[in-house]
Design a protein around this ligand. Sequence first.
Ligand code: GTP
Length: 603
Amino acid sequence: IDASHIRNFCIIAHIDHGKSTLADRLLERTGTISDRDLQEQTLDDMDLERERGITIKSHAVRMQHTTDAGETYTFNLIDTPGHVDFTYEVSRALKACEGAILLVDAAQGIEAQTISNAYLALEQDLEIIPVMNKVDLPVARPDQVAMSLEELLGEPAEDIIKISAKTGEGVDELLDLVINRVPPPTGDPDKPLKALIFDSIYDSYRGSVVYARVFDGTLNKGDAMRFMATHQEYDAEELGVLRLGRQKVDTLKAGDVGYIIGSIKDVSHTRVGDTITHKHNPANEAIPGFKKVKPMVFSGVHPSDTEDFEDLRSALDKLQLNDASLTFEPETSTALGFGFRVGFLGLLHMEIIQERLDREFGLDIITTVPNVEYRVRVSEPGDDDQELVIVNNPSEMPHYGDIDAVFEPFVKADIIVPSEYIGNIMQLCENRRGVYVNQRYLDTERVNLQYELPLAEIVFDFYDTLKSVSRGYASLDYEFMEYRESDLVKLTVLIDKDPVDALSTIVHRDKAYEVGRKLAKKLKEKIPKQLFEVPIQASIGRRVVARETVKAQRKDVTAKCYGGDITRKRKLLEKQKEGKKRMKQVGDVEVPQEAFLAILSVD
Ligand code: GTP
C-alpha cells in the first residue's frame, strides 16, 4: 500500500467514556468483523480486562475503509492502556501514531485522564480530533462540554463532532474525519530501518511477539534484526499485520504497523520504546524516548502456606514473561517466612498481579502493605563519605542513628472535581502533605486542582478517600516528578517485645505518633487473646510511642462439649485448626493474616 493511504491513529479517553465501544463500532463499520462475530469489547482479550472494563495492554488492529469517492484507506488503530500506571506505554503507543481521537463523554465532560492523555498526545505532536460521545444520553450536555474542549484544545466548539458509539450515530463522519485530518505517515522505505516497539506480548509457542511501527526503512521476512537498547539480535522469522488475529505478510515498510516474531524467548529483550534496526546497515541512532520503566510500588508477597514458595516463584516467573515491568526478588520475613519483594508500576498493576496469582495459579498469598522506594543518605562514622541507600522494604531501613536524610518520590497530581467539593479535596491534599500548585475552572461547574504530593500518600488509600469526599465525582491522574527530602522515620511495631518486620512502615515524623497509636489499637483488636498477656508497641528508634496490651485468656474450645461426644469434639478441633491456618506465628504469638494489613485501615 501507498503510505498516503495509511492512517495510524489511536483513541484516547478517560475510563468509561466509551473507547472500547467506539473501537467495536469502527471494526464493524469497516467490515473488519461481522456483526455476528462481534463480541462486546473485542479488543480487550483478557478476561480480567473485560471484567474490570479496563484496557490493560495495548494492541493494534488494521482496518480497510473505502470512501464514497471510491478510495480505499488502511487504518491502523492502536489501542492504548487507559490507566495512570501505564503512562509510559501510552506515550509509546501514541508515538506510533500520527493522530488521536480524544473521546469525551458528553454527560460527564472532561476528566483527569482526558487532560493527561491530551497532553501526552500534544507532546507527541499528534493531530487531535476531539469527539463527543454518548450524545444519545438524555443527560448529555454537549454544548457545555464542547466549550470546555474548546478551552482545552482550541478547537472551535461548533466544529466538534458528536457521536454515539452505542447507536453508531456519527461514526461514518468520524471515519471521514480521520482520513481528512490525520496526516499520512512520512518516512523513507529506502533508509536504514527504524521500527518502534510499542508493545510486546508473550506467546508460549512463539516467544515474544513484538508490535512495532516502522518509521524508516523496510523489514523483510528473514532479515537479521538488532534491538538497539537491549543489544539483542534475532531473525525476523515471521512478519504480519493484525486483523483480529495475526495475518502474515512478507514486508513491513515505513508507515506500517505490524507484528514481528523471531524466537525471542525473553520479553525483557523486547522492551517497549526500543528501536529495531537491521543487523547489517543499521540506523545511526534510535528513535528517541526509550526508557526502561521502573517499579514505583513494592509489596511483600508471601505464600500463606510456606510449602507453596516454589510454586509462587514459578508463577511470578511466568507472569514476568508477559510483563517485563514486573520485578521480584526473594525476601525473608520473620513473621511471614520466605516470599518475594515484588515491584509494581502502581497500585492497579499490583492488584492485577495479585488477582492473577490467585486466579490463574490458584495461589493463596499474603501481601504486605505497599510502599514506595526511598533513598536514604547515611553518614559513615569517621569519614565524610555519604552514600545513598535504596530502600524498597521498610524493614531494610538503615539504623535510625545513621540516617542523615531520607528522600521520597513526589508526583504531580491533577484532580478534577465539581466546584462544591473543592474544600474537601484541598483538605484531603493538605492532610496528605500536598503542596498546592494551581486551580483552574474547566467550565462553570468543574475545577482542575493541581497538587504536588508524596507518592507514598497516594499509595495509602488516597483514591478511595478522594472518591468518598467527592461522592464519587473526583477523578485523579498523576505523574512522577522527582525525589524530595522529607522528615521520614521508620515506625517499628513490636509484638511481645519482638519487632515484626512485616508490620513496620515509613511515615512522616509529624504523623508517627498518631499512626503508631492507631496501629497499636487496631492490632489489639485483630490479635486474639492468647494464653499470656501480649504487649503491642510502636517505636521510633528506641523510643516507644504507643503501647497496647492484649489481655490473657484461657480458651478451652472443648469445654462446650458436655459428655463425651467424640465426633463433635473432633469437629470443633478441626474448626479451630482451620482458623489457625490463617494465622502466622510471631514468636509465641499467633497473629491473624489480616493484622498485616491493619495499617491500611488506620486513618
Ligand atoms: P475503559 O476500557 O474502562 O477505559 O472504558 P472505555 O472507555 O473503553 O468504555 P466502554 O467502551 O467500556 O464504555 C463504557 C460504558 O459506556 C459501557 O457501558 C458502554 O456501553 C457505554 N457507552 C459507550 N458509548 C456509549 C454511547 O455512545 N452511548 C451510551 N448511552 N452509552 C455508551
